[in-house]
Write a protein that binds this ligand. Structure first.
Ligand SMILES: Nc1ncnc2c1ncn2[C@@H]1O[C@H](COP(=O)(O)OP(=O)(O)OP(=O)(O)O)[C@@H](O)[C@H]1O
Length: 599
């Protein structure tokens, strides 16, 4: 329960919904309990009047007695209906306050969680899988809402109704009251266990279902691979297998669910039998009237629902507490990368220096960089080249402060990177990642993602500089073309260039290209680079590449191998050195003589 105390701040915030809600619960219950007394009175009236009716047998007054009797019964009936209507109105108001409050809190909590997600560092995203993270926002929050809405509502309802009913019952006959409620705790405990079983099985079904949907999603997005390797039959049988697990779990759930209602009815029936039996004895003893038995049966029926709810609510609160525990753990996760207090917000000039930087990835323990040192002056173009896995992307991530270096120092215009205001710094950097990501939105919005205020001219300019303008204009809707899920309607090279335009439109002071020219042909690459030379004059660029041709004109080239800088200098110097770089160049020249456009 202590985990759920986190939600008290929300209950306080919405207290003007909660307090009236509880008051409505009390009033609605009052109108639920009172009719039982009216029914008793009606019963007693019937008994007395039948006797009276027979007494006037043969007299003219018998008709009058009959009439008065009929009218009084009608009045009782009308009162019961009126009370039921009032009860309905207050039940409506109760739901309108408490359930609505739970929806408001759900909204607040979801937003709080999502904002926290946005705040967390890359390493958090590497550690946690997407499904888990999504579950926090959807599944866990809904379970917590069940506690806040139905949980609170039914608990207060049960408590109030129970107290009122027991009070009225005891005031009539304490012995009968005791016997009537005897089976009820058994009912609550049974429902609690059966419900826990249902929850447990539903959870397994939920897991199976999410496994099944991820499987389907993966096979749909990889359908080209599936078809080209003729693995449809294999995939289909795997699906049938997964689907079968789902079916088996569902059948197991249906079995327990089928048990739920008969069990409930059995225990309720037991209560009624006891009421009639013990009540009958009491009537014979003359301690109560037959009307009291009818009144008690109404009480018992009335108690059944809240007692059932008690079992249900207990397991619901347990689940909510487990979910809130997970949510709390997550909310307590502090982002590893944060702006320090008194962070610097100086305009970026573009000087970047790595001083003896080493970096080890937390999750895998892989040391991606070992004592890397280099320096880029404002306005220079630095190129990084090396085999796959040599640590190039890691340098880009560190320069963006996606991670902090394990040792050594990274200086930006002479200031340690950790002292800069994170958002201010990143807003001045244009980054094109290796794996392009486009949102399911228009091309125009994808380009202006980092600069929402960019004008149409600026967006078009950026597209021209990224050599993708002609392609975009070739689409039926031009810049308003909506890219499909993850931009599937664009070719690999087009996506890369839209992603480049997104970085260029920011007019960044520092531009980082992480191997983002790999899917464009060499002549397009040359076009982009020549535009870049013009746009980035006086600003700093870091280009990570595989092809020597991309970086020949860089001011400074560093060659990485297994996380270490093995050579550095200009193209000229490196060629003369006849080392790794010159070797790479020779090989690529040979391959290049047979190369055709890649796009
Ligand atoms: N998130 C990560 N967690 C753990 N290890 C990682 C992570 N990203 C990269 N690595 C490891 O760090 C090393 C350097 O990776 P990096 O991505 O920097 O190489 P790269 O030179 O950019 O490669 P490529 O040219 O193939 O993109 C590799 O051994 C890789 O396995």
């Amino acid at each position: 329960m202590k985990h759920l105390s986190y939600l008290n701040k929300f209950l306080y915030k919405y207290r003007w919904r909660l307090i009236p809600g509880i008051i409505f619960v009390v009033i609605s219950n009052l109108f639920a309990v009172l009719p039982a007394q009216i029914i008793r009175m009606a019963f007693e009236l019937v008994q007395e009047n039948i006797a009276m009716y027979h007494l006037f047998e043969g007299f003219a007054r018998q008709q009058l007695v009959y009439k008065i009797f009929g009218q009084s019964l009608l009045l009782f009936g009308a009162t019961v209906i009126f009370m039921a209507i009032l009860r309905g109105i207050f039940l409506f108001l109760m739901r309108q306050t408490i359930i609505l409050m739970s929806r408001h809190i759900e909204y607040d909590l979801k937003n709080e969680l999502y904002a926290h997600y946005q705040h967390l560092s890359m390493s958090f995203y590497r550690r946690n899988n997407t499904g888990d993270m999504m579950n926090r926002v959807s599944e866990d929050v809904s379970r917590v809402r069940m506690y806040l809405g139905p949980g609170i509502m039914y608990t207060s309802n049960t408590a109030v109704l129970f107290l009122m009913t027991i009070y009225f019952m005891i005031s009539v006959n304490a012995k009968l009251a005791f016997y009537c409620v005897l089976p009820l705790p058994l009912l609550a405990v049974t429902i609690y266990y059966v419900n826990n079983m249902i929850n447990h099985r539903s959870e397994r079904i939920q897991q199976q279902l999410s496994g099944l949907s991820s499987f389907v999603q993966e096979t749909f997005s990889g359908i080209r691979v599936v078809k080209s390797y003729v693995r449809e039959e294999y995939i289909r049988s795997k699906f049938a297998e997964e689907s079968n697990h789902y079916k088996e779990h569902s059948l197991a759930l249906a079995k327990v669910q089928a048990l739920f209602f008969p069990l409930m009815l059995l225990l309720v029936g037991l209560s009624t039998i006891i009421t009639v039996y013990v009540g009958g004895i009491e009537v014979m003893n003359g301690t109560i009237t037959a009307g009291n038995i009818a009144e008690f049966i109404v009480y018992v029926t009335m108690l059944t629902f809240p007692v059932t709810m008690l079992g249900w609510v207990t397991s619901l609160i347990q689940r909510a507490a487990a979910s809130q525990k997970r949510i709390n753990e997550f909310l307590q996760t502090v982002p590893e990368i944060q702006s320090p207090a008194n962070a610097l917000t100086v305009p970026l000039r573009g000087g970047i220096e790595f001083r003896d930087v080493s970096f080890t990835y937390g999750g895998t323990g892989i040391t991606a960089l070992k004592n890397v040192s280099f320096k880029v002056k404002p306005g220079e173009l630095l190129a990084i080249i090396g085999r796959t896995g040599s640590g190039k992307s890691t340098i880009a991530d560190l320069a963006l402060r996606m991670y902090d270096a394990s040792s050594g120092a990274i200086l930006v215009d002479g200031h340690p990177i950790g002292q800069l205001d994170l958002n201010h710094y990143r807003s001045q950097v244009g980054f094109v990642p290796q794996d392009v990501f486009l949102f399911s939105d228009t091309i125009s919005n994808n380009i202006s993602f980092g600069s929402p205020d960019a004008s149409r001219e600026q967006i078009e300019r950026a597209a021209k500089d990224a050599a993708v303008y002609q392609n975009i204009m070739g689409f039926e809707h031009g810049f308003e073309t909506v890219t499909g899920e993850r931009g599937v309607t664009l070719s690999g090279g087009q996506k890369q260039r839209v992603s480049i335009a997104r970085a260029l439109v920011k007019e960044p002071k520092l531009l980082i290209f992480d191997d983002c020219l790999s899917a464009v042909d060499t002549s397009t690459e040359e076009e982009i680079l020549s535009h870049l030379g013009r746009n980035m004059a006086g600003k700093t660029s870091i280009i990570i590449a595989h092809r020597v041709s991309t970086i020949k004109n860089a001011d400074h080239i560093i060659v990485l191998e297994a996380g270490r800088v093995v050579e550095e200098g200009t193209h000229h110097v490196l060629m003369n050195a006849q080392g790794v770089y010159a070797d790479l160049y020779e090989k690529q020249l040979l391959e290049g003589s047979g190369e055709t456009g890649k796009e």
